[in-house]
Design a protein around this ligand. Structure first.
Ligand code: UT7
Length: 332
């Protein structure tokens, strides 16, 4: 291990989305809602839905293969796999172990990380430390969610928001002073009740009663999460820039968590960014929790909106409550 931290960055990205689309009009057949309400309150038009057979590891595997191909890295070269998810295939083993097996990443350690919608940024932060300190050379970060399987399709407050997808990033050492410049992570467990799945864990194990009460589905206080998100997204964006020794003026591009266009717009305005400097795809995919940012980042890079040397900011908030932001000097 070296005593000088190495610069670490993303050297390959991949994403994967199920084909099946669910429009706002499809949801009008399930709950009392309208295309107009969903679009005006959230910005979402449609979202993707995995098949009955597909689980988080299947979506994550496909995204991971694409990221490895983009980075020109073989599965045996991966030292560590971190999977950010709140919809794991099962409680244990970790979804990361299932992806490790299916990739043939025989030399990789593997674990899951639970930070809800902030999970991808948390995982980037954790994974990059192993490379910065010389412990590992190649880390694969995957964010995979099958939100449609934890949604109560009778709850119009939440079922309209979420969709399925996966994104992945390969991390390696990059040229000095590029890659990750700063991270700002945080949590406030006093807000845990605002967004949770109440039953199925050790607090309230599965029983006939919990199933009948639909306590295995996501429960959300949308208003509280909204207020928290609007404030936090702006605050931690500015903090991460400060930590990197930069200001809003240095920022080239923003890739925010895709939960609600009104929340994203508040963050964009706080940073004084033009509309074309922010990537938005939630109209097509809804909120895919931890997978939203890597999918958005992957698309923004593929479209050429992010170029080598650009300063970009990732920012997310989610259940926990958790939050995270990252400033990156794009290295490839
Ligand atoms: O990654 C983190 C995940 N969670 C979030 O990001 C959630 C953040 N919160 C939000 O995005 C917003 O709070 C929502 C989009 C969930 C809700 O928007 P809102 O502007 O906060 O609406 P509201 O909850 O204050 O509800 C306004 C009205 C209510 O009716 P009344 O009580 O005023 O008569 C709701 O019952 O809209 C009603 N409503 C709906 N109407 C039609 C709630 N859901 C729907 C719906 N269709 N789907």
């Amino acid at each position: 291990m070296s005593s000088n931290p190495r610069s670490v960055g993303i050297v390959g990205l991949g994403s994967w989305l199920p084909d099946n689309k669910i429009s706002n009009y499809d949801l009008m057949k399930l709950v009392d809602t309208s295309d107009e309400w969903i679009l005006s309150r959230t910005g979402i038009s449609e979202r993707r839905k995995a098949s009955e057979q597909e689980a988080a590891s299947d979506l994550g595997l496909m995204a991971a293969r694409r990221a490895l191909a983009a980075a020109n890295v073989r599965p045996e070269e991966i030292d560590l796999i971190i999977v950010a998810t709140i919809t794991p295939d099962m409680f244990f083993p970790a979804t990361a172990c299932l992806i490790q097996k299916n990739l043939g990443a025989i030399n990789a350690a593997a674990f899951d990380l639970s930070a809800a919608c902030s999970g991808f940024i948390y995982a980037l932060s954790v994974g990059s430390q192993f490379i910065a300190n010389g412990h590992y050379d190649t880390v694969l970060v995957v964010a995979a969610e099958v939100m449609t399987k934890i949604i109560n399709w009778e709850d119009r407050n939440s079922c309209i928001l979420f969709g399925d997808g996966a994104g992945a990033a390969v991390l390696q050492p990059v040229a000095k002073d590029s890659g990750f410049l700063s991270f700002e992570l945080g949590a406030d467990g006093t807000g845990a009740e605002y967004l949770q799945i109440p039953a199925g864990g050790s607090r309230k194990p599965a029983s006939l009663e919990t199933v009948l009460n639909k306590e295995h589905f996501l429960k959300m206080n949308g208003n509280e999460v909204f207020k928290f998100a609007v404030k936090k997204m702006g605050d931690i964006s500015v903090k991460a820039l400060e930590k990197a020794g930069l200001t809003e003026e240095d920022l080239d591009y923003l890739v925010p968590h895709q939960a609600n266009t009104r929340i994203i717009d508040a963050a964009r305005k706080r940073l004084g960014l033009a509309e074309d400097k922010v990537y938005i795809n939630l109209d097509k995919y809804g909120n895919m929790s931890s997978a939203s940012i890597p999918i958005a980042l992957s698309e923004a890079v593929a479209k050429g909106y992010i170029q080598k040397g650009n300063i970009i900011l990732l920012v997310a908030f989610g259940a926990g409550l958790t939050w995270g932001s990252a400033v990156i000097k794009w290295a490839i």
